[in-house]
Ligand binder design. Structure first.
Ligand SMILES: C[S@@+](CC[C@H](N)C(=O)[O-])C[C@H]1O[C@@H](n2cnc3c(N)ncnc32)[C@H](O)[C@@H]1O
Length: 375
């Protein structure tokens, strides 16, 4: 795997964080290189202010920082933010302003450079954020794999910002060029919600939350098999999304403290709001943006519940699920348990058995299994 991004006379050392022993995935892609080439051609004034949206691991922010531009970088992913910070440090580069997807954009942007997000709701939210900037004539350039740029994607740029063109394909990537012509005075509501009538839940979701328009079918099965025991003191919902499992766990175990963890800022904002809206006393709950259970005290939880992710940004991977299981093993009290739901074919049963020395299927349907393992 290459770790040096060479562009003309510039060489950047770039890694994905957290570092993995046998990492096979590069920390940048051809769309990053295409975007950098395109910004070079713009011949921006030194010190021009570039806003990067969704810079996955820091290739764009590091390059622009090295070139002496003013850089603001905005992400929903905490892991992306960590990668950007670590890669800046590894290349001895200076400060860039780091914002989360829920922050207000700075008003003095010259150019917006976007990596197209996987999720169209997030794309629309970000286009609306740009549309709200008061300055006219900002140019926006977005990059992605050719297969992810659809006519419908271009229509979203046109609808929210203005005239939109695309580049030729290069190394299976394409750029989208757009000029900001439209302006909105205020952003629409940041969340939408749906009901889960069987459990009297109404779940609000910021744009980039997993399964933000209806309940995930795995989560629905999990709701039917939640841990419930008056001896439980502390439950962790690991990869909490909108907090659906955390809310139900809190309702069924009123004596327990609930910690909800996710690496998405929008997930944590949604879970915080949903727990409060369902009457769960905030003194019992703690919602935090984090990478899995990094920094958690060993032997400090009775139950870890988990509906693990199988993607990191655009890449399909099971390394995060594995890290979640390893972290749970460390953070669970002796005799504590992990309860995991997943697609049958993902083989979580075998993985948990290898790690915990035991694993039982406690429920299943045609597609999913719930597996429990005790420390
Ligand atoms: C399959 S979704 C489950 C969401 C929710 N618990 C549910 O059941 O609907 C997995 C969640 O894990 C989160 N996630 C991904 N990588 C993570 C990491 N390294 N640390 C913490 N959470 C992570 C994702 O943002 C996503 O919300």
């Amino acid at each position: 795997m290459k770790t040096t991004l060479q562009i003309a006379d510039i060489a950047l050392e770039l890694r994905r964080y957290p570092l993995q022993k046998n990492e096979t995935l590069q920390a940048w892609d051809a769309a990053d290189e295409y975007l950098i080439e395109c910004i070079e051609e713009k011949e921006l004034e030194p010190g021009a202010h570039i806003l990067f949206m969704n810079d996955g691991f820091g290739a764009l922010s590091c390059w622009a920082s090295l070139k002496g531009f003013q850089v603001t970088t905005i992400n929903d992913s905490w892991l992306s933010q960590q990668s950007i910070e670590q890669n800046l440090k590894a290349n001895d580069l200076g400060h860039v302003a780091m914002l989360s997807s829920l922050d207000t954009l700075p008003s003095d942007i010259d150019v917006v450079v976007m990596k197209l997000p996987k999720n169209n709701r997030l794309l629309v939210w970000q286009l609306q954020q740009v549309s709200q900037l008061s300055s006219k004539g900002i140019s926006i350039v977005a990059g992605a794999k050719v297969k992810d740029v659809h006519t419908s994607t271009l229509k979203l740029f046109e609808k929210h910002l203005g005239a939109t063109l695309t580049s030729l394909a290069k190394k299976k990537s394409r750029l989208i060029f757009c000029e900001k012509e439209k302006q909105i005075d205020a952003l629409p509501a940041a969340t939408t919600s749906f009901d889960v009538p069987d459990y009297q839940l109404t779940l609000a979701n910021h744009a980039n939350v997993f399964s933000s328009e209806s309940l995930d079918i795995a989560a629905y099965l999990m709701l039917q098999h939640m841990p419930q025991d008056e001896k439980i003191k502390h439950i962790i919902d690991l990869g909490c999304g909108n907090g659906v499992l955390a809310i139900q766990a809190a309702k069924l175990n009123p004596q327990a403290k609930i910690t909800a963890v996710d690496e998405s800022h929008m997930a944590i904002a949604s879970a915080t709001m949903n727990l409060a809206n369902h009457g769960i006393d905030p003194s019992r709950t703690h919602c935090m943006v984090n990478n899995c259970l990094d920094g958690f005290t060993p032997d400090s939880a009775d139950v870890v519940m988990c509906n693990p992710p199988f993607h990191q940004l655009q890449a399909v991977t099971d390394h995060i699920a594995w890290q979640m299981f390893c972290d749970a093993q460390r953070v669970l009290e002796p005799k504590g348990r992990i309860v995991v739901i997943g697609n049958r074919h993902l083989g979580y049963h075998t993985k948990l058995k290898r790690l915990f020395g035991n694993a039982q299927v406690i429920a299943s349907n045609r597609k999913f299994v719930i597996v429990e393992a005790y420390k």
